[in-house]
Write a protein of this length. Structure first.
Length: 455
């Protein structure tokens, strides 16, 4: 029966949908009102420096960077923070960020072009990093070496040696680093994770993640026609990549070019596989094999618009991750156990989870689906189902970082979790481009095309 899937502090029931706007407003109100979040349940009054203002600097303020600035501003009173400095190589983004944050805080932040300038500022406590993927790890390493706490967008890295160097630098420091896989801090995934970890599903042999979208994702950015080379620093933007002539399309649509991003793995799979690692308590795949191609949008992109990868994990289960940009068929995730299936209905970020008991087989009973008990995962006090998707503006993850900056506890998505999802995505991308199955050696922390020796 479905009631046996209930775990402490999680309610499962049949219910009607909750209005999406009401859901988001309620979540924002709870956080902004100062509600205590899990793992860092410490009263500000009992923390040394609790009354000190957290001074923030932000590196790389494009579309996602603007979201992070908005999120931080919504926490300015409850968590006593202020954006003190902003940094972007492109003059237009830099000036826009300065004006936007002046509106948020009533005074203009310092605006600088280069990350080194911001990292030299001694009054900056924490740095937000939301630059293109290829610079996440190098900038995280630089920020920590400068003595700053950091919030770095996902993926934490897409070059293994760079991700490893950033992780090692963080671990050798006392800095607090939060990686931007924000769903770890949201209440419904937290409730579902408790169910996955409770044993209620039985032995899980397969996890399927299918997230779709109909459109030429990441192509057609208007900034391509707006930027002038003299208004940015192209060589600094390239970071660790070889020099080449200025390319405004590559500058803004970098997710389509394999040297700077793997596209679907870096952007979408990083979220999906991070949730799998968290739910299953298994963090590095043993192997990965991928396939796909440009089947929907023949617009000069290098990275696949249709992608699938299969990963095997040490605990004995397989993960299938799949995305198509040529069709918006309903997205879902399912954890398939011998006792029950944990379903997430909707795409990345959906808070709607359902547990369906495993009972009988279709071979014995063609109508077995109608006889399987099912319950939705609810939070205490909720009466309506959450929506099938939310935007990327939830406050909990940023709030968790601020709280950990004060308590010096580890945040929900530490550098360990960031490195793990980076490895899975790097392996999947490497397999795609090589056309070969690849393996992870946990001892040497390397990826190869041959099975590593097992102890």
């Amino acid at each position: 029966m479905a009631h046996r899937f209930i775990v402490p502090e999680v309610i499962m029931s049949e219910s009607s949908p909750m209005n999406r706007r009401a859901f988001l407003s309620k979540s924002a109100a709870v956080i902004a009102g100062g509600a205590v979040l899990p793992r860092t349940a410490l009263s500000y009054g009992n923390i040394v420096g609790a009354n000190d203002r957290i001074s923030l600097g932000h590196i790389g303020i494009g579309n996602r960077g603007g979201d992070l600035d908005l999120i931080a501003s919504k926490l300015k009173s409850s968590h006593h923070v202020e954006m003190t400095a902003v940094c972007d190589l492109w003059k237009v983004n830099r000036e826009k960020a300065a004006a936007t944050n002046q509106g948020y805080y009533g005074r203009s932040p310092r605006a600088v072009q280069h990350p080194e300038e911001l990292l030299m500022m001694k009054d900056i406590d924490g740095v937000l990093i939301s630059t293109p993927e290829h610079s996440h790890s190098p900038l995280l390493k630089m920020a920590v070496e400068a003595g700053k706490d950091a919030y770095v967008e996902k993926p934490m890295g897409n070059v293994l040696n760079e991700a490893k160097a950033a992780r090692d630098t963080v671990l050798q420091s006392k800095n607090i680093v939060q990686v931007g896989t924000q769903h770890r801090s949201e209440p419904y995934p937290q409730a579902a994770q408790k169910i996955a970890r409770s044993g209620a599903l039985g032995d899980v042999s397969k996890v399927e993640v299918v997230w779709n979208y109909h459109g030429p994702r990441w192509r057609g950015r208007p900034e391509v026609k707006e930027i002038r080379e003299q208004d940015t620093d192209w060589q600094k933007w390239l970071m660790t990549k070889p020099a080449r002539p200025f390319d405004p399309q590559m500058y803004f649509e970098f997710r389509l070019y394999k040297e700077f991003s793997s596209g679907i793995p870096d952007q979408w799979m990083s979220h999906g596989i991070d949730l799998v690692h968290w739910f299953m308590d298994d963090h590095f795949p043993m192997s990965a094999v991928s396939n796909g191609g440009v089947f929907a949008w023949h617009d000069g992109r290098e990275n696949a618009d249709t992608f699938q990868t299969l990963l095997e994990y040490p605990k004995g289960f397989m993960v299938s991750y799949s995305t198509s940009f040529g069709n918006d068929a309903p997205s879902f995730t399912r954890y398939m156990g011998k006792n029950a299936t944990l379903m997430n209905l909707g795409g990345e970020g959906s808070p709607r989870y359902q547990v369906v008991e495993e009972k009988g087989t279709h071979e014995d009973d063609a109508d077995i689906d109608e006889k399987r008990g099912s319950k939705f995962v609810m939070l205490p006090g909720e009466t309506g189902l959450p929506p099938l998707g939310i935007d990327d503006l939830s406050l909990e993850h940023m709030a968790n970082w601020f709280e950990c900056m004060r308590s010096r506890q580890q945040p929900h998505a530490s550098v360990h979790e960031g490195f793990a999802h980076s490895v899975a995505c790097i392996m999947s991308a490497q397999s795609y481009w090589s056309g070969k199955k690849v393996y992870w050696d946990p001892k040497s922390e390397t990826i190869s095309e041959s099975t590593p020796a097992r102890a």
